[in-house]
Design a protein around this ligand. Sequence first.
Ligand code: PLP
Length: 411
Amino acid sequence: MTNKKGFTTTLLHSDRLKKPEHGALHKPIHTSVTFGYDDVQDLVNVFQNKASGFAYSRQGNPTVNALEHKVTQMENGFATVCFATGMAAISSTIIALIKNGDHIISSSYLFGNTRSIFQSFIDMGLDITFTDATSAENIKAGLKHNTKMVFVETIANPATQIADMEAIGRLCEEKGILYMVDNTMTTPYLFKPINVKASLVINSLTKYIGGHGNALGGSVTDTGLFNWLNFANINEVYKKQVKPETLGVTQIRKKGLRDAGGTLAPEAAHSISIGSETLALRMDRACNNAKALANYFEAHPNIKKVFYPGLAHHPQHEMAKRLFANFGSLMSIELDESIDCFAFLNKLQLVVKSSNLGDTRTLAIPVAHTIFNELGPEKRAEMGISDNMIRLSIGIEDLEDLLGDFGEALA
Ligand SMILES: *Cc1c(COP(=O)(O)O)cnc(C)c1O
């Protein structure tokens, strides 16, 4: 099998191509914390990045490595480092690559915990500017001489704003700035950020890629587009040890994963790996369910507003159509003021009141009271989040059952 195969075929046969022991179809779960060598020189070579291999599982493990290979293939990337969670991937990558005195521009439409860790970085002295990333002009206006990174999400949660990713990609390329794109909401099945010139791609593997709400994980993929030799923060030691194209992942693995220690457990890596085999099937089904429900909510008198990129009135609908294979399964609804948000949620029988997203099951959560509660009313207003907003992550249930459950709760 040498030719490039389709998305699902590639995932299904990825482990087998590297010939796991006994003809196993899955890479086994390697629980060993450390790895021994007969010749100490071999151990030294691994430490000095002169040979690939495993030394201590905090910074690398064969089971996790098999998943890293899968994520790289999914993203058409160059290399991937996995982490314990999506948040560990984001925070560790920034710790690995950014120094005091550097400036980051971030979309102001962010996953709540990402916004919160960015605030912590600001409190530690980092300069981070938040701006409306639905227009690349705002990013351009925020540039400083020391801007090192631009961070955006593909579809922001919960109000589904879509970053002006193509234009931001061109801008970052022109200025030689790292462009980090959080692809969690779209997944590499619907969208590959390498196509908009992203340098680094974040995925929360906890969400759609793992897909079953039974394992936490995160990843950062180097697309191979960024020239790390021009990046001022690369450790001189690594420049002597590794090829220029692997400088980024080497530094992320060492300074991010090894030092900050947000390591993905091999058991979780295995669950995520199995889950990822059906990513395409689940996404197709969930996206279809979401589209049908969005249209249903749109026509319902008790719903004031529907936030979903698949609807024609969505401000970035045309961009979503151009960039993504489908519109995703995340949406938010704003109930009419006459409807009590909690009463509505409590009437739902099938839909689970839960904070996760990207599960096989449909999940609902009142946004202002939970995931965006710590921000306070002012920042929420700035981010377009009302008190009557409910975020829905649509699952793969039979559509009729979902329509029935929402219909009864809205009646
Ligand atoms: C959930 C999520 C994260 C964090 O992922 P965890 O695995 O829960 O740490 C980051 N970004 C986005 C867009 C998310 O939805």
